[in-house]
Design a protein around this ligand. Structure first.
Ligand code: CDP
Length: 231
């Protein structure tokens, strides 16, 4: 079967990774969580003291980028790709609120984006990939055959993220999560380099009122239509 590239972009916590994983499973494609890469760079910047609550040594981080390797390794037991930072599995450390509070500042640095986008394009060079993020349909894979742009209300998104964090044992407050979602959306949409915008040819999906199954059925049908049309 012909393989295509599927790009999924959208605001924070819109369920991009859920739909991306479902699609990758159904089609036998590789799923790449590009946000995990920006989060891993952010964790590195925090560990090395380049960024804290009240300072950000941008030059220091940029100069240190050559010492940084990020890759995914598939965990057969969990059925997901886990992100490694300089050979250490950091999957369990990158999704917390501390990293979420700093990641959009790190992701606004062009040097960081150039490095990660190159790597993302390599991962998708043979197609058969579903990648989610903010600039996948606009910058990373502008020729992707299927582009989705996910939206839903900030409250719905914050509630989803709050439930996930609570379920994973994090002690967080709803208002802090909502504030983070809104603030990241603002920084991501207004940054100079690769701002979050809907690609002209992306299909917008507002999933505020869709169940995961309804949404998945819709999107899988779209993917098959394109694949069958190409063959
Ligand atoms: O899971 P969630 O939607 O909350 O975010 P994520 O996909 O893990 O991405 C975390 C952050 O990384 C975003 O808020 C962006 O600042 C940045 N990012 C980006 O700039 N470009 C991407 N392709 C993916 C993420």
């Amino acid at each position: 079967m012909t393989k295509i590239t599927i790009a999924i972009d959208g605001f924070s916590s819109t369920g991009k990774s859920t739909i991306a994983k479902q699609l990758a499973n159904a089609l036998g494609y590789v799923y790449v969580d590009s946000g995990a890469m920006y989060r891993a760079v952010t964790l590195h910047a925090m560990n090395k003291g380049f960024i804290s609550d009240d300072h950000f040594d941008v030059e220091g981080l940029i100069n240190d980028l050559p010492n940084l390797t990020i890759f995914f390794k598939f965990n057969n037991k969990l059925g997901i790709g886990e992100v490694f930072l300089n050979d250490v599995n950091v999957e369990g450390q990158i999704r917390n609120l501390e990293v979420s509070r700093k990641v959009s500042q790190v992701a606004a640095i062009s040097e960081v984006r150039v490095m990660l986008v190159k790597q993302q394009q390599r991962m998708g060079q043979f197609k058969g990939v579903v990648m989610d993020g903010r600039d996948i349909g606009t910058v990373v894979f502008p020729d992707a055959e299927l582009k989705l742009f996910m939206t839903s209300s900030a409250e719905t998104r914050a509630q989803r993220r709050y439930d996930e964090l609570i379920a994973s044992g994090d002690d967080v407050e709803f208002k802090d999560i909502l504030e983070n979602v809104v603030s990241r959306d603002h920084i991501d949409s207004t940054r100079e380099d690769s701002p979050l915008v809907k690609a002209e040819d992306a299909i917008e999906i507002d999933n505020s009122h869709l169940t995961k199954t309804e949404q998945f059925d819709q999107v899988l049908e779209m993917a098959y239509k394109i694949i069958n049309h190409i063959e």
